[in-house]
Ligand binder design. Sequence first.
Ligand SMILES: *Cc1c(COP(=O)(O)O)cnc(C)c1O
Length: 419
Amino acid sequence: MLDLLPVSAALHGGTLSLGGTPAAALAERHGTPLVVYCAETVRERARSLARAVGSGHVAFGTKAFPNVALLRLLREEGIGADVASSGELAFARAAGMTGGEIVVHGNNKDEAFLREAGAEGATVVLDAPDEAALAAAAGVTRVLVRVTLGVDADTHEAIRTGHHGSKFGLPPTQARALVADALERGLDVLGLHMHVGSQLVSFDAQAETIVRLASFAASCRDTLGWSARVADLGGGFGIRHHPDDRVADAAALADAATATARTAFAEAALPAPELWLEPGRSLVGRAGVTLYRVGAVKRLDGRTWVAVDGGMSDNPRPQLYGARYTALSAQRADEPADEVVSVAGMHCESGDVLIDDVALPAPRRGDLLAVPATGAYTLAMASNYNGVTRPAAVLVADGEVRLIRRRETVDDLLELERG
Ligand SMILES: *Cc1c(COP(=O)(O)O)cnc(C)c1O
């Protein structure tokens, strides 16, 4: 279990601590649900991914958890931001990121967003046949072109992006025309972008895509006389959410990706490209742990329901992707886990089940549960379903605790109401 938790997690007797502070004290002070981020885990991940690209660039897939304090921490480690909306761009700028640190994505960027990206001097990833024209008109100067190379990743279909027919990017012939159009319009076309999908557990799909990227780059050189200086290999490295998950380590996957790209470009007699990566989940996923308070416990024929004070409003991944999580008792972890239970959320849906089955010390009202590996795509996808307020997040390190996102209040929600 400890290997799913942040690197600073420790068990003393039955008591879980994170970043040197007992989970119970965090829950007491900041309420539940609470997402606790370990600074050391984020830094350690940031360093190992940055190492893979050498003098290249790592941009955090901001959508995994848009948070100003975390973006600042990542920036201290030399990591930029990959943003896909005006809102995410504003978060990156609030964290002090500028210009070339920011990579702008989106399969449907509007004019206002392109103008903001242009004014910021960010690198814009072109994703539609007419987008070179729109970007040039909006004052954008530096671009990449996103190409879909037709490889099916072994991941949930909702987060697969590099296949033929994807809504993202363009297939090779159209992507090459877009490169030509961008060059004609005087844009600085730095290079090419690919992203195979998210929560990749092995290297096969990415390796195949990188090889195809190099031949596509060679075809651009041969037909347009243009060589990519940058190969942006996207993100997608998976993490383990459950003890049964078998997932290659993100740093090893990143090393394999960059090594493959270097070789493939060399074999195509192309200049060595600058390598960019856009990890989201693998930077912050393991760093986050969600703490929930147990409420109602129902022992029915054949099933025990343990209801917690959150659910699909703070983590919709079980419903969206069939994601599997585990949990541990944050205060009684030393007691035998002799009861198999289902952990339900508090929402008015039978499908609001966080964990189908997990063995815990016989749960009772008031227990504190810790759900590991919830740092990515949880709070980022949170909602106010059932009029629930979205949780707070804290950053912990060496016994210090910093609130990095305050809990919403019902007044925050009522503030939006009119009439
Ligand atoms: C979502 C996304 C990422 C980050 O993906 P992770 O799986 O979180 O690493 C990076 N680049 C693009 C273009 C994306 O859409």
